[in-house]
Write a protein that binds this ligand. Structure first.
Ligand SMILES: [Zn+2]
Length: 160
């Protein structure tokens, strides 16, 4: 299965597996680098293919976003990621509601990260299984005691 991933999915701690084909745009990679999330991204970096959408599909996304009223909420990166999903007939993995709204308009399949519920937005934190210290970013091991760091839902926010 082809899956296009956006920056929000990567920020929420999405992990790649070998079962699907993962694709993104160079602007998403750039965004991740700027936000210093490269470390977590590098866990599956070799599984992520970088492609660019055609001008035709970019224009179609812009037209649809104007129609839904979401254009002001979308960055250039967001527009590219929707256009790429449309072009490849891929599933778009995103937690961004404006992106999801435009996808519905364009009949692009999408799924929020976690895939269970679209009415709850989860903010993830990271915790050491040994000393229970909490961290805001994923780490290979606890810098205090060397134990494994696991993700936990730090905040759940209902989507209205
Ligand atoms: Zn620890």
């Amino acid at each position: 299965m082809k899956i296009v991933v956006d920056a929000s999915a990567l920020f929420y701690g999405f992990r790649f597996d070998g079962r699907n084909e993962y694709i993104t745009t160079s602007s998403v990679i750039e965004e991740i680098r700027n936000k210093q999330m490269k470390k977590s991204l590098s866990m599956g970096f070799e599984l992520l293919k970088v492609l660019a959408p055609s001008a035709h599909n970019l224009e179609e996304v812009k037209r649809s976003a104007v129609a839904t009223g979401d254009i002001g909420q979308l960055s250039r990166t967001d527009i590219e990621i929707i256009a790429l999903a449309k072009e490849l007939d891929a599933l778009l993995l995103t937690n961004d509601l404006a992106i999801q709204n435009v996808c519905r308009r364009m009949d692009v399949k999408y799924q929020s990260f976690g895939g269970k519920s679209i009415d709850t937005e989860i903010e993830w934190g990271y915790r050491c299984i040994g000393c229970k210290r909490r961290f805001s970013k994923p780490l290979d091991e606890c810098p205090y005691c060397g134990n494994e760091i696991k993700r936990y839902p730090r905040k759940r926010k209902p989507i209205s």
